[in-house]
Design a protein around this ligand. Structure first.
Ligand SMILES: Nc1ncnc2c1ncn2[C@@H]1O[C@H](COP(=O)(O)OP(=O)(O)OP(=O)(O)O)[C@@H](O)[C@H]1O
Length: 794
């Protein structure tokens, strides 16, 4: 592979020319439009909110307006400062500017000014090559700093075209390289300016079905998954805004790291969550041992929990005596067993079935009383009519002893109670060894591996939500009636969603509004949002929410029980799963994609690969690959797109805290050296990279958790903790916490104590420099092939 050397300076503003000036004028014009749009939107939101209390229908109208306009406002604010980044000139004449959102002129023609990067018209910007120009003459990257154009980079795609601008970029790589070399901020940036062709195809893959994206470290899996979410929201906005998109990530620090990407693309309605957050009302704060997590994650835990529930449907031992009407009724195990089997035959969840059980027991007891008081002594026939029997049943139904018997035989259960009881006493349900691994008294703290168990339990038990369902149905009927009225009114006050949505026809001017696309019932569904919560927020609070699309990052880590939970949240099986089996660290992780997916979609899923590493320079990747090859000689790592000429180093020491402090000092000094911030990524604006003179760039010290306290004590401003603040210049992490993240420089401490996949993850986090420090034995692959350095004893 041909490496690209690092170090690209992206500025040609010193000698402004006509082209640069014209682009600046054009972009100034876009901001005039954005500012006007923002002013109007703010005014209409403020107006609506100032209207005060109104009758129901007027309130609904106001809520619709406020929700729609607030979304637009958030998008406009998010893209400010990085609105436009490219232009395509067509061979047939004319050109389109490409940006993070679409904009049109504010006149009757509504001519497109800026094309949303997700529109079909924008696609050649990402795919066209000299070989397949897709109707393009030239592609221009426009680098900006805030609202100021800093440089232009042109690629000639029609080789017969002799016209030159003086901004030609012969390799077409300058903008990509500048982005890859830019100093890291602790927050991931979007890649919308430089999406590569193989990434584009994944981003725009059809929305239905399960798509697996596999690729080594730094191949852009996370970036692609997030851009895919933005694309799907654009392409299927009506559906996905209602049903919401869920992005599942490995830990809270990772979610913080990626949290700005979608807002920077103008999308705020996506729920980001870890597995530990997917059971509303529970936050996983405790940690399992790897053995416990592996046992809890096994697929057979579903059967185990089903058995636990069945065991709570008990029989009398041998009878329950119920005092009724000065007699004693003997409810024995045979009678209860009949009631229990009939109840089970209904195949309802435990709590939902309880009503049936109550009915069967009341009928059994009614028969007993009737037999006792109403049997003809001569022929044994019944002397009681239907109303007598109803009276007996009603009397039994107010006898507390009857209810206490039912409660003991078929108790109402909560998922929390059931799982806590099981974990406190798992013997008999799993092997003695597994029981020893998972036995724990749960007080309030749950673990991530408990969450799928709670969800499974909730499925087995069913919700006891009869009252709330009846109330919701009544409210919904009222909403539908009002919604019909609102739809009629809304025809007169149509609003746009995104300005260039009719992408295949950029000259068209049709604008979508609510009444075009939804009927009263669906509209009423939306108005259940009258509490101003977005679909994503409502989804977060609803265990049974069916998401429109689910994206799972680091998908290789999830256990079979976790997959059961996720598949329940995705009844349509519209999912994008990204991961890398070589980076699996969880003992409960599933071995192969078909093993994960077969139970749910058989072989109906697509598999695709990303093979180019955009993060790790070749010098570092060679070392990381050698570590995996020591265990798996056939291992095929992704190829690095860059080489920096800077080789990683390894040093032995007998004073680790001192050596770490010294190495951190050295590596911090080199931060921001070769690198400068990316020219126009909006998510980096306002990042603390230059505040107080702090150098640009970030450094991670990756060390086993038990060393954190002693290392933090020697490092200024560095804290040891479960949720690291990634915006600090120096961050201390354990190998698992570093998953999915990246830093300019990385110092890996005591690599001999990591498993192969954890070490592979740790070694592949750096964009520029890697150092390794150790006191004990080194993994073989690190002993050879790295520059020998003298020990650094104090
Ligand atoms: N087309 C691109 N243009 C600019 N930067 C890119 C592009 N593709 C990927 N990158 C950058 O490469 C880095 C790695 O991307 P990302 O974190 O998505 O990789 P990954 O495959 O998820 O890695 P890992 O498996 O190690 O977590 C990020 O900084 C990302 O912004």
């Amino acid at each position: 592979m041909q490496y690209i050397r690092a170090g690209v300076e992206l500025s040609n503003t010193e000698f402004p020319d006509d082209d640069l000036r014209r682009e600046q004028e054009f972009i100034d014009g876009l901001y005039v439009r954005v500012d006007a749009l923002r002013g109007d939107t703010e005014a209409s939101v403020a107006d609506a909110l100032a209207q005060g209390d109104k009758p129901m229908q007027a309130r609904l109208e106001r809520d619709i307006l406020v929700a729609e306009r607030s979304g637009l406002l958030a998008a406009l604010n998010a893209v400010d400062g990085a609105l436009c980044f490219g232009r395509i000139d067509l061979s047939s004449g004319g050109s389109h500017h490409i940006g993070r959102i679409g904009l049109r002129t504010d006149d009757a023609d509504r001519t497109p000014l800026l094309i949303d990067w997700r529109a079909e018209v924008a696609r050649p910007f990402y795919l066209a090559t000299g070989h397949t120009p897709m109707g393009l003459r030239r592609r221009r990257h426009i680098a900006t700093d805030g609202r100021r154009v800093t440089s232009l980079h042109d690629e000639i795609l029609d080789l017969r075209d002799r016209e030159r601008t003086g901004h030609e970029d012969p390799t077409g790589d300058a903008v990509l390289l500048a982005a890859l070399n830019s100093a890291r901020t602790g927050r991931m940036s979007d890649i919308v300016q430089t999406i590569q062709a193989d990434q584009d195809r994944i981003i725009r893959a059809p929305y239905r079905g399960v798509l697996v994206v596999e690729g080594g470290p730094g191949t852009g899996k996370t970036a692609v998954a997030l851009h895919r979410a933005a694309y799907l929201l654009y392409e299927h906005r009506e559906l996905l805004a209602r049903r919401a998109v869920l992005v599942v990530g490995p830990n809270p620090a990772f979610l913080g790291y990626i949290g700005q990407v979608l807002p920077s693309l103008g999308e705020t309605g996506v729920l980001l969550a870890t597995m530990g957050e997917l059971f509303p009302g529970v936050k996983a704060t405790a940690t399992d041992t790897p053995e416990a997590a592996a046992v809890k994650g096994r697929a057979d835990m579903a059967d185990v929990l089903a058995a636990v529930v069945r065991d709570r449907q008990s029989l009398p031992d041998p009878v329950i005596a119920i005092e009724h009407d000065r007699e004693v009724l003997m409810l024995d195990d045979g009678l209860v067993n009949v009631a229990r089997e009939r109840t089970r035959a209904a195949r309802l969840p435990h709590n939902d079935a309880r009503e049936h059980f109550e009915g069967h027991i009341l009928n059994t007891l009614t028969d007993m009383v009737a037999e006792r008081i109403g049997t003809d002594p001569y022929d044994g026939s019944s002397l009681l009519d239907a109303s007598d029997l109803t009276q007996i049943r009603d009397d039994l139904a107010v006898n507390p002893e009857v209810w206490s018997a039912i409660d003991s035989l078929w108790p109402r259960l909560t998922p929390q109670r059931l799982v806590a009881d099981f974990l406190a006493d798992p013997e008999g349900y799993v092997s003695d060894e597994d029981a020893a691994a998972i036995r724990r008294r749960v007080t309030r703290a749950w673990t991530t591996a408990d969450v799928p168990l709670l969800d499974e339990a909730a499925e087995l038990l069913g919700e006891d939500d009869r009252v709330s369902k009846a109330r919701a149905e009544r409210e919904r009927e009222t909403q539908i009636a009002y919604a019909q009225g609102v739809l009629d009114v809304s025809y007169a006050s149509r609003t746009y969603e995104f300005e260039d949505k009719e992408d295949s026809d950029p000259d068209g001017s049709e604008v979508l509004s609510a009444h075009d696309i939804i009927d009263a019932e669906r509209f009423a569904d939306r108005q259940e949002e009258a509490d101003h919560r977005s679909a994503a927020e409502r989804a977060a609070a609803d265990r049974t929410w069916a998401f429109g699309h689910i994206i799972v990052d680091e998908a290789q880590e999830l256990s079979p029980m976790a997959w059961r939970l996720l598949m329940r949240r995705s009844p349509t099986r519209s999912m994008t799963l990204v991961g890398d089996p070589a980076q699996t660290s969880e003992a409960g992780g599933v071995g192969s994609w078909s093993e994960i997916l077969e139970p749910y979609v058989e072989d109906r899923w697509e598999h695709t690969r990303l093979g180019v590493n955009y993060r790790t320079p070749s010098e570092i990747m060679d070392v990381a690959a050698a570590v995996v090859r020591a265990e798996n000689p056939g291992f095929d790592p992704p190829s690095s797109v860059r080489s920096t000429g800077v080789r990683p180093w390894v040093r032995a020491t007998d004073d680790l805290p001192w050596a770490v402090a010294k190495a951190v000092e050295e590596l911090t000094a080199s931060l921001g050296g070769a690198a400068s911030p990316s020219p126009s990524a909006p998510s980096e604006r306002g990042a603390p990279r230059e505040q107080g003179g702090a150098p640009a760039g970030r450094l991670a010290v990756i060390a086993p958790r038990d060393l954190h306290r002693s290392l933090a004590a020697r490092l200024d401003g560095v804290t040891a903790g479960a949720e690291p603040d990634l915006t600090r210049t120096v961050v201390l992490l354990d190998p698992r916490q570093s998953k999915g993240l990246e830093f300019d420089s990385v110092l890996v401490v005591e690599p001999g104590r990591y498993g192969t996949s954890d070490l592979y993850v740790a070694l592949t986090r750096a964009t520029q420099r890697l150092g390794v420090l150790h006191t004990g034995k080194l993994p073989k692959a690190l002993e050879t092939g790295l520059p020998e350095r003298p020990g650094t004893s104090a």
